[in-house]
Structures are given as C-alpha cells and as structure tokens.
Design a protein around this ligand. Structure first.
Ligand code: PDD
Length: 276
C-alpha cells in the first residue's frame, strides 16, 4: 500500500508521523473521503473545495491546489489509475509543542491514501437505523478528524445489529453518524438545513440538485422525531453510502422487505446516471 505524506509517496509502513503532530494530540485537522470511478474522481472539485473551506474555517494554512497533482501520482503509484477506489485525505495543523492555541509557523501535515474499492450497487441494501442522542459538538459543519461522537453512535448501531445511527439533537433529526438523512412526505423531500448541526454532504447537495431537475419539491427544515411516523420514505446519503433507503428507523418501519419508496427510487435512478 502507498501513502502520500508531505510531498512523498511512500510504502505505508514507511509513512510515519510525529507523536507531536496536532492531528494526533488534539484531533486538529480536516479530512475528506472521495471515490474514484472508472471515469474519474466523483465530484472531485466539490470535495476539494469543501476541504479548502474547512481548512479556512479553522485557519490551517494550506492550499488544496498543491495536492491536485500529488493525487494523480498517488493513484498511479497505487496501481489505481482509472480504477474504482476510495481516496482518503487529511490535513492537520502540523507538529508543535502541545499548547491549545494555534502555533505560529507550523507546516500543515498532509496525508492521503487510495485503496481499491467497489461502490455498492445503485440500489444498496435497505438500512436499519437506531436513533441515538446527537451529543457531538456544535460545529458539525466542520469535517473534523475528531470523530468520537460519530464513532460512538456508529458503534452503538453496529453493536445492536443495525446499519447506521440517526442522530437527534433537541428532538430534531440532524444526520447519520456518517451520512445525511432525508425523508419524503406526500412527494416532498425533507432534510435538515445545512447549518452548524450537520455536515453539508456532497451527496446531499447532489440529491437536492437532482430534486430540482426532477421537479421534486424540497423542504430544508428541521424534522422532529415525533414526525417520523408521518413520513412515507426515508434514506441516507453519503459518498460511500450513496442513496440508501431506510427500512427501519427506531421502532418505525418504512415499506416492506426490499421495497424502496417511489421518490427514493427515482433519485437512485437519476444518481446512477451521474456515475456513468
Ligand atoms: N462521511 N455526515 C457526516 C457526519 C459524514 O461523516 C458524512 C461523510 C456525510 C456525507 O457526506 P458526503 O456526501 O460528502 O460523503 C454526512 C464520510 C464518507 C466518512 O466519514 O467516511
């Protein structure tokens, strides 16, 4: 396995990082996950723009344009040019003595790797989700590498034989542990507004755009947990999840068996075309 680390492409066991790196000590960094399909990296510009926005939000000085070429080099060194793969990248604030405030003059640490990866089919297995308290911080819009809240709630889902955890803050469904969540009622698509309580997913944005193109009405509004039984369909979105119908959310079931709701199916169909 190859890893890009601070300008070099290394074998993974040679890719080493200081214990004084602020990513390691504080979780002080930003990450991105993208997929490459045979025809190129899916929405690469949107992912790199989000990475830059996030770095700017926390004042990590780094220009993502500097890794564009490195990414091509990494994929080629990994034997993954034009192959289905998963790309992980993270940028941390770099190495400095452990003090909370941002150090002056530390160089950002940049790491990326790519692994062979087959995306799930366009109509992925329907997902079962538990409802967990969203005890994360109040800046979920930042794609921070500090993911304790996400991994703890996801672990609770796995442990209970579910596929995902849907998070509720102050009675409102925000998102999944690593996905955004959508509902459909009377043909209208409903999802949480893109504020500081959710990560504004690239897949989320694509779905909203597809709704526009397909003439599906959209409401970006907070949805209360009590409203779940009034909803006709629900689905999760994410880079690796794509558009996955929800069969069970807490104690509420949507549809029967493999049956994916009408609007969800329409969106999956339109999404499939973007992959081609
Ligand atoms: N997760 N919300 C959260 C909390 C996420 O971690 C993610 C992505 C999303 C969906 O975003 P996008 O559509 O841009 O992938 C929403 C990535 C894939 C991960 O942590 O592995």
């Amino acid at each position: 396995k190859k890893v890009y680390l601070n300008g070099e492409i290394l074998d993974s066991h040679d890719a080493k990082i200081s214990v004084f790196d602020r990513g390691f000590l504080f979780g002080d960094g930003i990450y991105e996950v993208m997929v490459q399909l045979e025809n190129g990296i899916f929405y690469k510009k949107a992912h790199l723009d989000r990475l830059q926005d996030n770095l700017d939000k926390i004042s990590i000085l780094f220009d993502v344009r500097d890794i564009d070429d490195a990414l091509i080099g990494l994929l080629s060194a990994s034997g993954l040019s034009q192959k289905s793969s998963l790309i992980y990248m993270q940028v941390t604030r770099g190495i400095a003595p452990r003090k909370h405030a941002y150090p002056k003059g530390a160089a950002a640490s940049v790491m990326m790797y790519a692994l062979p990866y087959e995306l799930p089919p366009i109509n992925p297995k329907r997902m079962k989700a538990i409802i967990e308290s969203d005890f994360r911080w109040h800046r979920c819009d930042i794609k921070s590498i500090s993911l304790l809240g996400n991994i703890m709630t996801n672990e609770a889902a796995m442990e209970s034989g579910n596929d995902e955890a849907a998070l509720v803050r102050n009675g409102i469904l925000t998102e999944g542990s690593h996905t955004n969540i959508f509902f459909v009622r009377d043909g209208t698509v409903i999802t949480h507004p893109a504020d500081e309580h959710i990560l504004n997913g690239i897949t989320r944005k694509i779905v909203l755009q597809l709704c526009g193109e397909l003439g599906i009405p959209v409401m970006e509004r907070p949805l209360r947990e009590e409203e779940i039984p009034d909803m006709d369909e629900a689905f999760f979105t994410g880079t690796t999840t794509q558009i996955a119908s929800i069969s069970q959310l807490g104690d509420h079931s949507f549809g029967h068996g493999d049956e994916v709701g009408r609007t969800t199916k329409k969106l999956q169909g339109a999404f499939a075309l973007l992959r081609e």
